[in-house]
Design a protein around this ligand. Structure first.
Ligand code: NI
Length: 215
C-alpha cells in the first residue's frame, strides 16, 4: 500500500507541471485561433470587397525558376492558381502547395489546364536556384517566381499580399528568420483578372471541385 501510495504521489507530482504545460498550451492555442480568425475575417473582407474587380492582380515583372523574365502574360490562356509564400517556410507553404498539387492531380487531364504558380515573398533567400529546387518537390509544371526586392514588393502590392520578417531568437547570423505572410490562394483567370480565392486550409477536394467548375 505504501508503495502504491508513493507511486500515486509520484504520478500526481509528475502531472502538475504537465497540467500547467497543457493549460498554457491550450491558452496559446485559443489565442492563436482567435488571432487567426480575425486575420481570416480581414482577408475575406479584403478579397470580397474587390471580388470581380481588377483590384487584385495586375502587371508584374519577375524571374521564373529557369531564369526567364516573365510578366503578367504568363497567366494568359489558362486558369491560374497563385500562392505567395517562401521556401524556408516550415509548414503552411509546403502544405498549401502540396494541397494545390494534389487538387490538380485529382482533376485528371483537366488539371493540366490549370497553372500552379508559387511567388516568393522572400527574394533575398529565394534565389532562382533555390526556387527551382523548391518547385521540384511539387506537381510537375509548378512555376516558381522570384525577383528583386522591389519587383516582389510590387507584385505583393498588386495582389494585396502582406508579409513581414519575423526574426528568431538565437539566430546569430540573422539569416534564419521566418516570414509572417498572407496565406490565401488566388485563382486568376486567363485574362489575368481575379476569379476567386481559397482560404488557408481549403482541402484539395474542395479546390479540385471549384477549379473544375471554373473550367
Ligand atoms: Ni508560409
Amino acid at each position: 500500500m505504501v508503495e502504491v501510495e508513493g507511486q500515486r504521489n509520484h504520478i500526481l507530482d509528475a502531472m502538475k507541471p504537465r497540467n500547467i504545460f497543457l493549460i498554457s498550451g491550450l491558452v496559446t492555442f485559443v489565442v492563436l485561433a482567435a488571432v487567426f480568425a480575425v486575420f481570416q475575417v480581414t482577408d475575406n473582407r479584403a478579397v470580397t470587397a474587390s471580388t470581380g474587380s481588377a483590384e487584385i492582380g495586375g502587371p508584374f515583372q519577375l524571374t521564373d525558376q529557369d531564369g526567364r523574365q516573365v510578366d503578367e502574360s504568363l497567366l494568359q490562356d489558362r486558369l491560374n492558381v497563385i500562392y505567395f509564400g517562401y521556401t524556408f517556410c516550415p509548414d503552411v507553404c509546403p502544405t498549401t502547395l502540396q494541397d494545390i498539387s494534389t487538387a490538380l492531380d485529382m482533376m485528371g487531364e483537366d488539371g493540366d489546364q490549370v497553372q500552379s504558380i508559387f511567388i516568393t515573398v522572400d527574394p533575398e533567400r529565394d534565389t532562382v536556384e533555390v526556387v527551382k529546387d523548391y518547385v521540384g518537390w511539387f506537381r510537375p509544371g509548378t512555376v516558381g517566381l522570384t525577383g528583386s526586392v522591389e519587383q516582389v514588393e510590387a507584385v505583393k502590392a498588386a495582389y494585396k499580399v502582406y508579409s513581414t520578417k519575423a526574426p528568431q531568437e538565437d539566430d546569430e547570423t540573422g539569416e534564419n528568420y521566418l516570414v509572417d505572410h498572407t496565406s490565401i490562394t488566388y485563382v486568376m483567370g486567363p485574362d489575368g483578372s481575379f476569379v476567386t480565392h481559397f482560404s488557408h486550409g481549403t482541402s484539395p477536394e474542395d479546390m479540385a471541385k471549384k477549379l473544375g467548375d471554373l473550367l
